[in-house]
Design a protein around this ligand. Structure first.
Ligand code: HEC
Length: 178
């Protein structure tokens, strides 16, 4: 945290205390009513920290990721990242219906639940260190980030205006939530 943020946080804290002492309710957002010290804590957190629900990739990036996915991953994890829990859109019609019996889902509720609370960096590291099977680490950092964007889109997480960065220290600031 930069020094200016500490100053800002302290000022907000003082202002909140003064406001609170004057008998006013401190309200944050639509329905969250908090005391002055909670407001202070919220501002004191690293402002760069955010959740995958806040729009951490762009639709264009997810599209690039989809192309990589279709050439390198779909064989095992199937069309929608559902892994061996495959339900083809048209029964019997998907070419990749069998998948890999060992391949877990890499998108959707079950996947998000498994990774919930961990950082995108942890997921990125797992991906880059082990995938694709037989050629682990063979793709560029940008390609792995694009793949994650595609997996997030398949998981129905919202897109945003900024691309998911390929820098691990930045991915460390993004938390996975379902
Ligand atoms: C040959 C089949 C195969 C291919 C190709 C493959 N995977 Fe996997 N993938 C697996 C298997 C099997 C596992 C489980 C391995 C384990 O848990 O040790 C796995 C695990 C994963 C995981 C971790 C899931 C979790 O929740 O632990 C992710 C993410 C993933 N794969 C993404 C990808 C991506 C993206 C690609 C394409 C670049 C890819 N895989 C290519 C078979 C494959």
């Amino acid at each position: 945290m930069r020094f200016t943020h500490v100053i800002a946080a302290a000022l907000v804290g003082v202002a909140a205390v003064a406001w609170h002492d004057a008998g006013a309710d401190v309200r944050v957002g639509a329905d969250l009513k908090v005391g002055p010290y909670t407001v202070y804590a919220a501002y004191a957190q690293d402002p760069a920290r955010r959740s995958v629900k806040s729009g951490v990739y762009t639709p264009e990036q997810a599209k690039r990721g989809r192309d990589h996915y279709r050439t390198r991953c779909v064989l095992c994890h199937l069309d929608n990242g559902q892994g061996q829990h495959a339900t083809p859109a048209i029964p019997g019609e998907s070419l990749e219906r069998e998948g890999d019996a060992e391949a877990p889902p890499v998108a959707g509720d079950e996947f998000l639940k498994k990774w919930s609370g961990q950082t995108v960096r942890a997921l990125y590291d797992r991906l880059a260190a082990t995938m694709p099977v037989g050629a682990a680490g063979s793709m560029s950092p940008q390609e792995y980030a694009d793949l994650l964007a595609h997996l997030f889109e398949l998981s129905k997480l919202p897109a945003g205006r900024q691309e998911l960065p390929a820098a691990r220290d930045q991915l460390d600031l993004i938390t996975i939530e379902r």
